[in-house]
Design a protein around this ligand. Sequence first.
Ligand code: MSP
Length: 483
Amino acid sequence: MKKFYVTTPIYYVNDKPHIGHAYTTIAADVIARYYKIKLDEKRVFFLTGTDEHGAKIAEAAGMNNKSPEKFCDELIPKFKLAWNNLNIDYDYFIRTTNKKHIKFVKNILRKIYENGDIYKDTYSGYYCVGCEKYLIKADLVNGRCKLHPNKKPIKQKEENYFFKLSKYQTKLLKALDKGEYQILPKSRHNEVYNKIKKGLDDVSLSRQEVTWGIPVPWDKKQTIYVWFDALLNYYSGPQIYSKTPPKDTQWFPADVHLMAKDILWFHGVIWPAMLLSAGLPLPKTIFAHGYFTINGQKMSKSLGNVIDPNKLVEKYGADAVRHYLLSAFPFGVDGNVSIKDLEEKYNNELANGLGNLVSRVSHLCEKYDIQVQEKQEVLEKCLQIKPGVIWKEIENYKFDRAIKNIFQIVNSANSYVEKTKPWEIAKTDPKKLEIILKDLVVCIRQIAFFLKPIMPKTADIIDKEFSKTKLRKVRPLFIKIKD
Ligand code: MSP
């Protein structure tokens, strides 16, 4: 593998980011950090950003009595702040209002047009501004969009340009069969594959009523449908940003697009069809993770249960939030999160588990003046789990398992301390004491290495403290939360 290019969806800027956005972004950061270790910093490109055009944003801006431009400009720092607080090390933050992006979108659209894949027709149906899409029968429950029951779908009849998605049915199935691109997890692949097999309807790619968007290059009365504009960020982003790819490769196409299942159809079907039409290469993997609820409820403003990631970071620290969200349930299935669970995990795994191990071992080393060389061999006692297993789990997006395995090592190291009782051995057998503590130090160094992509700040602190030859007691990494 010569390079790794990973993306998150570009989020709508109709409001500040919430914990759902943070979930995908943290996962992408773990993947990017992992490959930066494996391949080299220079060979990884991590793109995130914001989706700023369309009716949804225009509506939100209007409600705030602001122009969409001003409204977006004011919200962007909130996204950047949240990612900064969560220690997200993205390479480039793309905004779809970026002039260069707009140029790329127009060029690709023209290419698709010239290839004969765009025609004009009348659309008549219901549009959901929340989803930014025309609704089909399966999307409706009691005449309302399943995902946005509070928003009345808008009945519309307008002239639109259409993209011949139907033309790509066989090509997409073949590409999936041959593994030219893959949709993960397998269950999602099956869903999408079977849906494509049933037949594809052409999709509207322009809007007549919406003015906040990129004008269709050959018809200024229409704007480009926000999803066509947004998906192309994955193409424009790496070209706008100056991080040059290694000489022997190029960034595009992506190695993985991460998102939740809500927008898999756009990524797994419409996006590859657009690429085929424009003569561009397909991404390698499209991974759709699950959707999560908060205390068993859908997150929504009206329920007042929207969690601000900044508040969590402020209270528990970035690493605890990263650790909790990725370990709460497997990446790929739906799950539930709650503050109670977070605090339980925090106390058990971070404060009592890792924090305790680090502070007691460093304290014992200081007390008995144990000196450990930088390159001390790892003894197998603490490491029943082979490093390769944990790295493979991260490569396969099994973050919960990787975390479980790392914390199993933490637990066995703690048990080793309890079983061997170094403070008692110190009285009778200083040689043995030295062996035990050196063993533990090496084990902790290894734990820190595994934690690098997942809990980078904690890993750095442990790394710094435990690479010293003369160790000092490390201040508590996680303060226990009391009821
Ligand atoms: N703007 C489009 C994406 C365009 S990408 C070319 C969009 N934006 S969004 O702001 O609605 O973000 C949707 C994404 O946010 C989901 O796919 C997922 O990555 C993340 N999530 C939002 N809420 C979530 C949960 N409750 N659970 C899991 N992921 C969540 O769609």
